[in-house]
Design a protein around this ligand. Structure first.
Ligand code: PGA
Length: 259
């Protein structure tokens, strides 16, 4: 089964409009002459206030090499939800992916598995693709409960999602202790946990659908780590934070994931 790799840049709460424009144009120009079939699917997730300018610059590229993601959404269509953004509103910018369940959203903004599940269902119904994040804390790893914790996050996030829709979701395995710390999870270990995720998905949605799901690794991905990560059997790409904020390092990561 060959799954097209994804390299996604999660810009988090960085970059105003001008900085976002500079970054996306830099990435776009650096990859515009690369054969599209050799490239991974390249995704960038700017802050809401930069979706507009990033979207315009991606479209101007005219070559479909970069796709747009949002970092969050709300699952209701509209109404009295101060501060939230609906999926339909994200569609104004031709947003294709929405990152949900990032550990920062879970830990800082108290997002629950139930909310993440509602978001996943709403995103799929709207025709977009959720990038569902999961990951264990250092404490959970040391207690030896990594696999059961991850499996539980996946089961809850995908509750009531049709098996055929499960095949199209993207999962990001991001051990929390590896995020923004410079401490990358050992590639073989990341691959092992990702296999646990795939087995869990197979139990929910069948083996064929599970084989289609793209599962990314995230947590201090750098140009120096990507080749080894991509060489693993079950790692289908990366969700990149810090290293996605500089054109050079992000482009090197993209190139490291090329065929
Ligand atoms: P990092 O962040 O690459 O800076 O560790 C990854 C993420 O939070 O998605």
């Amino acid at each position: 089964m060959s799954r097209r790799p994804i390299i996604a840049g999660n810009w988090k709460m960085h970059n105003n409009r001008a900085q976002s424009e500079e970054l996306v144009c830099g990435i776009r120009d650096a990859i515009k002459s690369i054969d599209k079939d050799l490239l991974p699917e390249v995704v960038v997730a700017p802050v809401f206030t930069s979706l507009d300018v990033v979207s315009k610059n991606i479209c101007n590229c005219g070559c479909g090499r970069i796709q747009l993601a949002a970092q969050n959404c709300y699952y209701e269509a509209k109404g009295a939800f101060t501060g939230e953004v609906s999926i339909d509103m994200l569609k104004d910018f031709d947003t294709k992916f929405v990152i949900i369940g990032h550990s920062e959203r879970r830990q800082i903004f108290s997002e629950t598995d139930e909310m993440i599940n509602k978001k996943a269902i709403a995103i799929i119904e709207a025709g977009l693709t959720p990038i569902i994040c999961c990951g264990e804390t250092l404490e959970q790893r040391e207690l030896g409960v990594t696999d059961s914790h991850i499996a539980s996050q996946i089961v809850k996030a995908l509750e009531n999602v049709k098996p055929s829709d499960v095949a199209n979701v993207v999962i990001a395995y991001e051990p929390i202790w590896a995020i923004g710390t410079g401490k990358t999870c050992d590639s073989a270990e990341a691959n092992r946990v990702i296999k646990v995720i795939r087995t869990t998905i197979a139990q929910i949605a069948g083996k064929d659908n599970a084989e289609k799901v793209r599962i990314l690794y995230g947590g201090s991905v750098k140009p120096e780590t990507i080749k080894e990560q991509m060489a693993q059997s079950d790692i289908d790409g990366a969700l990149v934070g810090g290293a996605s904020l500089k054109v050079d390092s992000f482009v090197e990561i993209i190139k490291g994931a090329m065929k």
